[in-house]
Design a protein around this ligand. Structure first.
Ligand code: ADP
Ligand code: MG
Length: 346
């Protein structure tokens, strides 16, 4: 069974003023159970190819069929769900979350999984046990060595029982002893039926692979099978991809995750809460002071209005004709203008 089928894959990065063509038409078929090593000089397009294979990036042209699914028809969200369901990743930089414990790091992808079915998840403790880290489950990534961090990353890649594991230079940052340990774990996983696609610079690691592909300038230069390493297709896994609706269990997982993240950095959380409290309190205080000042001014003005008399010089009315203020100098009349006092104005 073919788990991966690429036809005419091209990739061009579009920068502001420049197009960078990287892959120039890759045709590649990978069967279930293979252990493929991808070799090539730096800049030849290995990581770009692996990112496309792992649905982390989209090709500019060509078709990609993963486990029978033509991925060009899928939206970004669906690709993320497919990735979570079928694929596991191991990177050179480990990419573990520093604030979480090793156990939480391994369990993390299962939280985002669309499936809550126990059959589709491994037990994170068992996985850590399998990679020899059962003693370290409550440690944080900074408290263990590079080789151990990569073992955690492999355990994390296995949590959703992937069909394929993509590894981009998984031993690039490791010493010889750790390199051997990691490659042995990958080899054992392959023997259990998981397809492995690994980018590497180290020619000696290709002896563990069942197939070695050399990439040069965005094209496949050679594709050789290692006759001494057999492909165990008998144990191949097959799974149907089915998206499940948003469930309460998922909301609960998100809440647990949020609380865990708050507790992971207590000081920052406390300071943030304090900041929000001070901000809200000062806003309420300012509104109250503003309202108080408005009321006090209103009452002062209304008091002023009730006592205010304006006395103006005489007006006259003669034969129905009114003269305005000051028209008569001698015969003064009082004209009382009441302002600011609505009751008296009426
Ligand atoms: P490799 O993994 O074989 O060393 P990459 O696939 O990482 O090579 O990169 C191949 C080429 O693509 C390089 O010339 C690199 O500069 C270019 N490249 C990779 N990613 C990007 C990107 N996001 N934007 C522009 N150019 C990129
Ligand atoms: Mg690379």
């Amino acid at each position: 069974m073919n788990v991966i089928e690429l036809k005419g894959i091209k990739k061009t990065y579009h920068l502001e003023k420049l197009d960078v063509p990287v892959l120039h038409g890759i045709d590649l078929t990978i069967e279930q159970g293979e252990f493929v090593a991808i070799m090539g000089h730096s800049g030849s397009g290995k990581s770009t190819l692996l990112n496309i294979l792992g649905l982390l990036d989209k090709p500019s042209e060509g078709s990609y069929n993963l486990a029978g699914i033509e991925i060009s028809k899928y939206s970004d969200d669906e690709l993320a769900a497919l990735r979570n369901h079928y694929l596991g990743f191991v990177f050179q930089q480990f990419n573990l979350l520093p604030k979480l414990t090793i156990l939480e790091n391994v369990a993390l992808p299962s939280i985002y999984s669309s499936s809550k079915d126990e059959d589709h998840h491994e037990d994170p403790k068992k996985l850590l046990n399998a990679v020899g880290l059962s003693e370290r489950i409550s440690h944080r990534p900074s408290e263990i060595s590079g080789g151990q961090q990569q073992r955690v990353a492999i355990a994390r890649a296995l949590i959703n029982r992937p069909l394929v594991i993509f590894a981009d230079e998984p031993t690039g940052n490791l010493d010889t002893k750790s390199t051997k340990e990691i490659i042995k774990i990958l080899k054992d996983l392959n023997a259990s039926g998981i397809t492995i696609v690994m980018v590497t610079h180290e020619p000696e690691l290709t002896s563990y692979a069942t197939r070695t592909i050399k990439v040069q300038d965005g094209l496949i230069l050679s594709d050789e099978r290692n006759e001494s390493e057999s492909v165990d297709v008998a144990k191949h896994r097959s799974r149907q991809f089915k998206r499940k609706p948003f469930s309460l269990a998922r909301i609960k997982d998100y809440c647990v995750q949020a609380v865990g993240s708050l507790m992971g950095n207590k000081m920052r959380s406390i300071l943030s809460i304090l900041g929000v409290m001070i901000g809200v309190a000062s806003l309420i205080a300012m509104l109250a002071v503003g309202n108080g000042a408005k009321k006090s001014i209103e009452s002062e003005v209304s008091q002023l209005g009730s006592n205010l008399l304006m006395v103006m010089r005489g007006t006259s009315q003669k034969q129905g004709i009114s003269s305005d203020v000051g028209a008569r100098m001698r015969d003064y009349k009082l004209k009382i203008l009441m302002i600011c006092n609505p009751i008296l104005q009426e």
